[in-house]
Structure formats: C-alpha cells, structure tokens
Design a protein around this ligand. Structure first.
Ligand code: PLP
Length: 393
C-alpha cells in the first residue's frame, strides 16, 4: 500500500482540459465538434517570435540558464512593464517561470498552510482554489457578480479579510467572465488594504493586453504603497499566442524573491533556453501582432454577444476583456453543467459549465471566442436549435 500524502486528495484540476479531451475523442470518431471550451488563442505564435526560438536553438542555447531567467529577458520584461504600465521595476525583481500558473503555484505555496485563509475570485481560474486546498489553507471565495459587470467589488473583498488572511488573489481582466475591474474599484481596494498590512496580494494580469470598448487595464503595479507585498503575474501564453512554449514572468517583492528562486531551483531549474530567447523577440519586437489579435477577438466578441442574446433564455453582458463570454443561462431551465455536457454530446459544441469555476458560476456557461468567426456562428446556430428543441434534464 502506497502512502501518498493526503494533500493530493484535495488537489483539483481544470475541467477545460477534460472537455478538450472529450471534444477531441468525439472528433476522432468523425463527429463535427466546435470547440469553444479551451482558453488559448487560435492564432499561431507570431513568425518573428518562432524564428527567434529556432535561431536560439541553432546558436547553441541548449543548456541550463539561471533559475531566475536570462538577464536580457528579465530586462525586456522590465521594459515591457514600463511601456505598458509606466512603472519602473528592477530586472532583479523579475523572475522568468514556465507559464503563468507557476507564479500562482509559488505564491500559494508561500502563504498557504492549515489555519491560513486565502481569498480568491469565484467564479475564477480553478487552479487558485485547487492550490489553496492543496496547501491545507482555507479557501475564501470572493463572489464576482454579473450585476457588477463581473468586476470585483473592493468593499466585498475587504469585508472578507480576517486576522487569518494571508493572501488575496485578484484577476483582471478575468477568466472566465471577461470582467475588467475599473480603476476606481482598484483604488478603493488598495486604499482599504492599508488597514491590512500583513495581507499579500497576487495580481493575475495574464490578460492585461486584452481589453475592449476603450476599457483600460489598470495594473496593481501602479500602487507604490503595496509594492512590498504585491506579486505580479504575467506571461506570454495569451498575449503572444504561446501557450505551448511555457513562458511566464512575475515581479516579486524583495523579501519573497529568494524564496521563489529556491522553489524554481527545486522544481524546474529554469525555463527552456530557446523559449526565453523567443520571449525577448516577443517583448522587444513590434506589438502590432498583439493589436491585430485583440482587434480580431473584438470582432468575434461582437458576434458572440449578439448571437448569445438572441438565444432563448440566454442573456450576455459584453465582456470588457480576455476572450471569454460568460452568458447567463438561468432562464433556459438548464443547470450549467448538464447543459455544457449535453451541448457537447448532442450538438457538438464544447463550452464549460460555470460551476467549474466555482460555486458562484452556477447559472452561467463560459464560451471562449478563440475560434474562427465562422465556427462561432455555426456554434451559436447549433445552440439555438438545441435550446429550442431540447427539454432541460
Ligand atoms: N491565469 C489565468 C487567469 C488564466 O486563465 C490562465 C490560463 O488559462 C493562466 C493564469 C495560466 O496561464 P499559463 O498557460 O501561462 O500557465
């Protein structure tokens, strides 16, 4: 009998990967499945970034790099932060990690233990809760509400802080809702955090380049007053369509940096060298590729929102960021998870049930519009036929 530690019975996962596997299995059986489930850009990585990765391999970048990442990439991240947020960070506070997830993994491991409370958005990226549970800490969901445009509420967040709170996780622009929290709300949150100096903050800004309708993304890095306890999470996966390269970066307060570095040494040694050189090309090269991708998502967003609002029993507010729509399906009579499962099996449309992102996700489904406009239209047509013909189970 093997004795795996009990923490592993508490670890969760991302149902989007299970839905992807089922969609692929159905496709392999010859079914025509339209996948609006998975959260990754459907565009290829920009050609100049791919070339930089190939060149790095040809130039012999085959070995370990420093665990914290190569200096020119850490410098490029600092320049990117300056360009986008008008904030100065030292390259020495930047850590290069294999994907956005690794920063949340490290931060939650640093602050999670039995007795500690960690606040996280619900509905939100499922790995937050999973990792909190893994550490034995108590997950405290911060409800994210449609009535609030899926922005987080500073007052509601602050009211959940107790003397046991160690870490607050915020995410804007958000997965799964596409919500963007306005500057005034972030101002209020940061002002309130002054009363809770022992609470660290993890700001997941991986969708920071993707906002619409003139809505600006407002980074928590802009608040000098919390920089000594702010962990900033970003990466190349979404912005540069590089999910498979595994490239992320974080900015750490000085006292935490060395702990993160040691975790990196123990866990993965470094990010693969060629990927790091590709990352420099992505950050230092023209950002037109990002603007084009966001413009394309914006066109699809209009199709998704209009199409969803025309479906019986469905209503959808226009998401202000990321590439997800989070329609309210309560009036269809379906619960979200059976609806998602039946849509996939019977209509060949893969979406994710809201409860896969937390208890406050009931009554919603998530559609990723990282798929062609034509496929999105076909999917909406199928959903319309399905909802008209099929009785809820
Ligand atoms: N944070 C959020 C909110 C995400 O939605 C994702 C991916 O879907 C990540 C982080 C992780 O990104 P990566 O694939 O770079 O680990």
């Amino acid at each position: 009998m093997l004795h795996v530690v009990p923490a592993f019975s508490r670890i969760g996962e991302e149902n989007a990967f299970a839905v992807l596997a089922r969609a692929q299995a159905l496709s392999a059986q010859g079914r025509d499945v339209i996948n609006l489930g998975i959260g990754q850009p459907d565009m290829p990585t920009p050609a100049h970034v791919v070339e930089a990765g190939i060149k790095a391999l040809r130039d012999g970048h085959h070995g370990y790099t420093p665990a914290i990442g190569i200096p020119p990439l850490r410098e490029a991240v600092a320049r990117d932060i300056h360009r986008r947020h008008a904030v100065d960070v030292s390259p020495d506070s930047v850590m290069i990690v294999p994907g956005g997830k690794v920063t949340m993994f490290m931060a939650i491991l640093m602050f999670g233990e039995p007795g500690a409370e960690i606040l996280y958005p619900d509905p939100g990226f499922p790995i937050y809760r999973s990792m909190i549970e893994f550490t034995g800490a108590t997950p405290v969901p911060v409800p994210i509400r449609e009535a609030n445009g899926f922005a987080f509420s500073a007052a509601e967040t602050l009211a959940l802080i107790t003397p046991r709170t160690r870490l607050l996780i915020v995410n804007s622009p958000a997965n799964p809702t596409g919500g963007v929290t306005p500057k005034a709300e972030i101002d209020a949150l940061v002002a309130g955090l002054a009363d809770h100096p022992d609470v660290a903050v993890l700001s997941d800004e991986i969708y920071g380049t993707m906002t619409y309708d003139g809505e600006a993304h407002h980074s928590l890095l802009k608040y000098e007053g919390i920089r000594d306890r702010l962990i900033y999470l970003d990466g190349a996966s979404k912005t540069y369509a590089m999910t498979g390269w595994r490239l992320g970066w974080s900015v750490w307060p000085k006292p935490l940096y060395d702990a993160a570095r040691k975790l990196a040494v123990n866990a993965h040694s470094c990010v693969n060298a060629a990927t790091q050189w590709a990352g420099i090309a992505a950050l230092d090269g023209s950002q037109d590729c990002v603007a084009e991708m966001v413009a394309e998502f914006d066109r699809r967003r209009a199709i998704v929102v209009e199409g969803l609002n025309a479906l019986p029993g469905v209503s959808c507010i226009a998401p202000k960021g990321a590439f997800y729509a989070f329609p309210n399906i309560a009036q269809t009579g379906w619960k979200a998870k059976p609806l998602a499962a039946t849509l996939l099996e019977e209509a060949g449309v893969a979406v994710i049930g809201g409860p896969d992102f937390g208890v406050h996700g009931e009554g919603y489904i998530r559609l990723s519009y990282a798929n062609s406009a034509e496929n999105i239209r076909r999917a909406l047509e199928r959903m319309g036929q399905f909802l008209t013909a099929r009785k809820p189970v």
